[in-house]
Design a protein around this ligand. Structure first.
Ligand code: ADP
Ligand code: ADP
Length: 231
């Protein structure tokens, strides 16, 4: 089953900068797919196209067989709810507690207070932060902040989790624990994970398959062990 299909996708910023060049990819349901490349290779530009937040210049993107360009505004909004995203710098709201950060997407989605409380409790348990619900982001370690961001990204029960350098600001030990959490959640929920990174260790640790990007192009795709022969 294909979860995400890209056909000859191009992204040109301001009619000028060609950030994504003719990329075709098929990402299967429930796989952990890595995109690796140097800074500036076009990785973020590429995954920002997946949720329709950034329009593509030419080409086609299908999510679960549905062409994003064929969706109405409302349908696209619903699709977007099914795609969670996490970032290098966590993007948590400073003025909100852990609990309130996780509740945020649910409030926007119009859940009732009771439903939100139940869901937030489940999510806190999933990321093992039950004892931190009243903390503010500044009172947390980097790894804990990323756990909060993961809980928030999963609040709406998405089918896809997009990770943009989610472990790049973390030390090696914390990186391992976050990758393990992502892997555990992926198994539990059958999530499809697309993860971009410049770190080979991250790909080796959890990715089933990998695409290598360079100068806007995908130059190689394959199983992780085929692309990076194990030491
Ligand atoms: P990566 O994630 O691999 O580091 P990016 O997708 O962030 O790469 O960037 C690829 C190129 O596209 C860079 O040269 C960057 O400056 C350019 N770029 C990214 N976003 C924009 C934008 N919104 N407007 C113009 N250029 C952009
Ligand atoms: P790590 O080794 O994972 O980076 P830290 O040393 O940053 O962890 O934090 C250790 C513990 O102290 C964590 O449980 C965190 O919640 C707590 N903590 C860190 N900074 C603060 C703070 N400014 N106020 C309250 N608690 C904090």
């Amino acid at each position: 089953d294909k979860m995400i299909t890209l056909e000859r996708v191009n992204k040109i910023y301001n009619n000028k900068f060609h950030a994504v060049k003719d990329v075709s990819l098929k990402i299967e349901k429930s796989e952990i797919f890595g995109i690796i490349g140097l800074s500036g290779a076009g990785k973020s530009s590429l995954i920002r196209l997946f949720n329709g937040l950034e329009p593509l210049t030419t080409g086609k993107i299908e999510i679960e067989g549905v062409d994003l360009s064929k969706l109405s505004k409302k349908e696209l909004l619903n699709k977007r709810k099914k795609i969670g995203m996490i970032f290098q710098h966590f993007n948590l709201l400073k003025s909100r507690t852990v609990k309130e950060n996780i509740a945020f997407p649910l409030e926007i989605d119009g859940w009732s207070k009771v439903e939100i409380d139940v869901r937030v409790k489940e999510l806190l348990k999933l990321v093992e932060l039950e004892d931190k619900e009243e903390f503010y982001p500044t009172q947390l370690s980097g790894g804990q902040k990323q756990r909060v961001a993961i809980a928030r990204a999963l609040a709406n029960n998405p089918d896809i989790l997009l990770s943009d350098e989610a472990t790049s600001a973390l030390d090696p030990k914390t990186t391992k624990s976050i990758l393990k959490l992502i892997k555990d959640i992926q198994k539990k929920m059958g999530l499809t994970v697309v993860l971009i990174t410049h770190q080979m260790e991250v790909i080796r640790e959890i990715c089933d398959r990998v695409a290598v990007m360079s100068n806007g192009e995908v130059v190689e795709t394959g199983k992780t062990y085929e692309i990076f022969l194990s030491p």
